[in-house]
Design a protein around this ligand. Structure first.
Ligand code: GLU
Length: 448
């Protein structure tokens, strides 16, 4: 079978075996489309079924999460953990608590995570998990009871050398604290390295909170530098207003750019003065309100429940909200307004059609598995500190993060060129570089 027919057959099998899992099909297609040149050069990978093995998770867990709400009513959610690939290290990837979570979403995220984690060059495999639990409007007590019930099942599958979850949408320091507490209680082990994203002071790493947002900005900065450009004086749009978005805003401002808009699921916010990060944090993290509350508190800002944040003209866009938020028409609008660069802070925020629009227009485009690798890379740094019972300074940790992001950027470009594409084909470079690292390890470890 020739290489393209082989890849097509694998994709057809992915769709047949995982019916209805549209996001997983999309994530698999995006990677598979890049692999022909790598398989042509390395027929041994095709011969040993590496691609067939890669698209099949090593283990998939689905479990009941029963808990009691503040009214005394019993609630039942569904929990997931997809342990996708452990050729390079323990399964590593976040937990997402959001009503949209289902097996297909977790599989798409876990699949992306394999290549992202490989790209960092660190010893971490790929996995992802979560639950269809909606934390919106829930009290602290409800969140705690939910986390405790979730961990009461999940703990048996975890371990610092086995599977190490962290946060994602709906899971931050508070949730990681509750999850860790329950793990510790059940196992009677203070196993710091079993979860990352812990608050600083009891095993958490400096910069982990900031890392995904900072890393995406570093990645964009590296891309811009190849064209002799930077953030200085640039108008920037950041979608979302969660953990990734907040720290992307902070780093853009530190580099002399101005973030003029951000969003949440209720609409978007424009502040031509530049987003006031302290106010946004107050609204989103302390008061846990919608972005419209920012516009109510600041005269220069306006909120819109119609249209999208991508209607706002900008030089650089950092999609930091969720999957498939940038549609074809949004990409067309951004290109029309003269966009220079897009770096994905979220996982797969751009639809395939939007990515095509950016690439055809010559826009610098950093795919999530490269541009947002800073979060998981800093998780791996947290694991290193935990293993050594050590704690590094903010500066030391941030310089390691910056070094990793420079490495990821360089790896994308050199791999893209080495396998016959232009150096600016970051999508191709990221997919091939991630694939090669995993394929080498899987080959060396036999048919497992
Ligand atoms: N959820 C994050 C991601 O998408 C972080 C995962 C981690 O730190 O393990 O990469």
């Amino acid at each position: 079978m020739n290489v393209s027919a082989h890849i097509e057959a694998v994709y057809a099998e992915v769709c047949r075996r995982n019916p209805g899992e549209a996001e997983f099909h999309q994530a698999a297609a995006e990677v598979l489309e890049s692999l022909a040149p790598a398989l042509e050069r390395h027929p041994e990978y095709a011969d040993t079924g590496i691609v067939e093995r890669l698209v099949e998770p090593e283990r998939q867990l689905i479990f009941r999460v029963p808990w009691v709400d503040d009214q005394g009513a019993v609630q039942v959610n569904r929990g997931f953990r997809v342990e996708f690939n452990s050729a390079l290290g323990p399964y590593k990837g976040g937990l997402r608590f959001h009503p949209s979570v289902n097996l297909g979403i977790v599989k798409f995220l876990g699949f992306e995570q394999i290549f992202k984690n490989a790209l960092t060059g660190m010893a971490i495999g790929g996995g992802k998990g979560g639950a269809d639990f909606d934390p919106k409007g829930r009290s602290d007590g409800e969140i705690m009871r939910f986390c405790q019930s979730f961990m009461t099942e999940l703990y048996r599958h975890l371990g610092e050398h086995t599977d190490v979850p962290a946060g994602d949408i709906g899971v931050g320091g508070r949730e990681i604290g509750y999850l860790f507490g329950q793990y510790r209680r059940i196992t009677n082990r203070y196993e710091s390295g079993v979860l990352t994203g812990k608050p600083v002071g009891w095993g958490g790493s400096h910069v982990r909170t900031e890392a995904t947002g900072y890393g995406a900005v570093y990645f964009a900065q590296e891309m811009l530098a190849t064209r002799g450009q930077n953030f200085e004086g640039r108008r920037v749009v950041v979608s979302g207003s969660g953990n990734v978005a907040l720290y992307a805003v902070e780093k853009v401002h530190a580099l002399g750019g101005r973030v003029v808009a951000c969003s949440d699921s209720s609409g978007y916010l424009v502040d031509e003065d530049g987003i006031d990060l302290e106010l946004l944090k107050q609204v989103k993290e302390v008061r846990r309100e919608r972005v419209s509350a920012y516009a109510e508190a600041k005269r220069t800002a306006r909120f819109s429940a119609r249209g999208t944040v991508y209607d706002v003209a900008c030089d650089i866009a950092l999609p930091c909200a969720t999957q498939n938020e940038v549609r074809c028409e949004d990409a067309v609008a951004l290109v029309k307004n003269g966009i220079l660069a897009v770096a994905e802070g979220a996982n797969m925020p751009c639809t395939p059609e939007a990515v095509r629009v950016f690439r055809e227009a010559g826009v610098l485009f950093g795919p999530g598995k490269a541009a947002n690798a800073g979060g998981v890379a800093t998780s791996a740094l947290e694991m290193q500190q935990n293993a050594a019972r050590d704690s590094w300074s903010f500066e030391q940790t941030e310089s390691r993060l910056a070094e990793v992001m420079r490495g990821v950027h360089a790896e994308c470009r050199t791999t893209a060129e080495a396998y016959g594409a232009g150096p600016e084909d970051y999508v191709f470079g990221a997919n091939v570089a991630g694939f090669l690292r995993v394929a080498r390890a899987m080959t060396a470890q036999g048919v497992i």
